[in-house]
Design a protein around this ligand. Structure first.
Ligand code: FO1
Length: 326
């Protein structure tokens, strides 16, 4: 359990992977003592806890891959391949090429350096350690001064229902390149999953909870649907603020539009308000969606408009500061 220093803001982020890491990195840059390049007068004392989606997790080659956790960990450790938004920068794929020779075509790009993470994690899990402890250990080895917490130690997986059958999210998104029509989505195993005590503790103690601009269906709802976790966030609704992952009628990135339509939602920040209003009291939308403010207020949320696109690091830091100052 984390020991908090009196007077420091406790910030909790609910995060997916590629869409969330820019915000997580920006908050981390603002944080003091993270060895970053921000002018010290602009830094802010804070405890940063990032609760990560685990619905993308998948067993491959006997290894447990946790893409969203790893994206956040690599981002905070300064190792992330920022262009792709996942994996380790300047990684090579020699092991994968050899696997292709021995096993046949590979569709999931596991880099040589990235594999080290999966090998150690899988070994520790086989020794009986919990995913939250394994993640904490890996973060400490990489010198990360923040808590990265899996939403649960239990395995859940987001299944996508298509005309070609139901499949793991990674199969849909990576193997089939997100091209199939989506008829439905389910979080397999979620009814038995329990949240980690460290996630509950972080939520209870938080001064601010930030829902990152992540895919609402495949990143945020799997977190909030885990037993105990959604209730804990609901109890802290007053300090919970969400950033819309939709600008106009398009997601900032990824397959959110397909998934939202499959669940019967219009692709709009107003739908994000419908999905999050039980958990968050405020929604931050893009400046260009100002016209929707009244409609969102009518859903029962406070609404703020600013530039939410994070094209570069400075955009991220500006948005992070805006969220902390709201
Ligand atoms: N995304 C891809 O589009 N293609 C890949 O081959 C791929 C491999 C991969 C390996 C490790 C990892 O941590 C992430 C990886 N991702 C890959 C990203 C991942 O599929 C998704 O973007 C996330 O699960 C969504 O948050």
């Amino acid at each position: 359990m984390m020991l908090y220093v009196e007077g420091m803001d406790k910030i909790v982020v609910l995060a997916g992977g590629t869409g969330s890491v820019k915000l997580a990195m920006a908050l981390y840059r603002l944080k003091s003592n993270s060895g970053n390049s921000i002018n010290s007068s602009k830094r802010q004392d804070m405890h940063l806890s990032i609760i990560c989606n685990i619905g993308d997790n998948i067993w491959m080659h006997g290894l447990y891959i946790c893409p969203d956790i790893d994206t956040i960990v690599y981002g905070l450790a300064g190792l992330l391949d920022r262009e792709r938004g996942w994996g380790v920068s300047k990684d090579t794929f020699n092991c994968l090429a050899q696997l292709a020779k021995l096993e046949g075509e590979q569709w999931f790009m596991l880099g040589d350096k990235d594999l080290a993470m999966h090998i150690i994690r899988s070994m520790m899990l086989r020794e009986g350690k919990r995913l939250c402890d394994v993640t904490g250990y890996l973060c400490s080895r990489l010198g990360i001064d923040a808590r990265v917490i899996p939403a649960s130690d239990d395995h859940i997986e987001t299944r996508i229902f298509t005309d070609a059958g139901d499949m793991h999210l990674q199969e849909f998104w990576v193997k089939h390149k997100g091209m199939l029509d989506v008829n439905g989505i389910a979080y397999k195993g979620i009814e038995h999953a329990r949240t980690c005590s460290s996630a509950l503790h972080a939520i209870e103690e938080a001064d601010r909870i930030i829902v990152a601009p992540a895919n609402p269906v495949s990143s945020i709802l799997p977190i909030l649907t885990i037993r105990g976790l959604g209730d804990a966030v609901r109890r802290r609704r007053d300090v919970c603020i969400a950033i819309s992952p939709i600008i106009g009628s398009r997601p900032v990135s990824g397959p959110a539009a397909k998934y939202m339509k499959a669940l019967g939602y219009d692709v709009s920040p107003v739908s994000i308000a419908e999905m999050y209003r039980d958990f968050a009291s405020s929604l931050v939308i893009d400046e260009s969606d100002r016209v929707l403010m009244d409609e969102i207020k009518a859903k029962g949320m406070d609404v703020y408009a600013t530039d939410i696109l994070m094209d570069d690091e400075e955009d991220g830091v500006r948005l992070a500061r805006y969220l902390l100052e709201l």
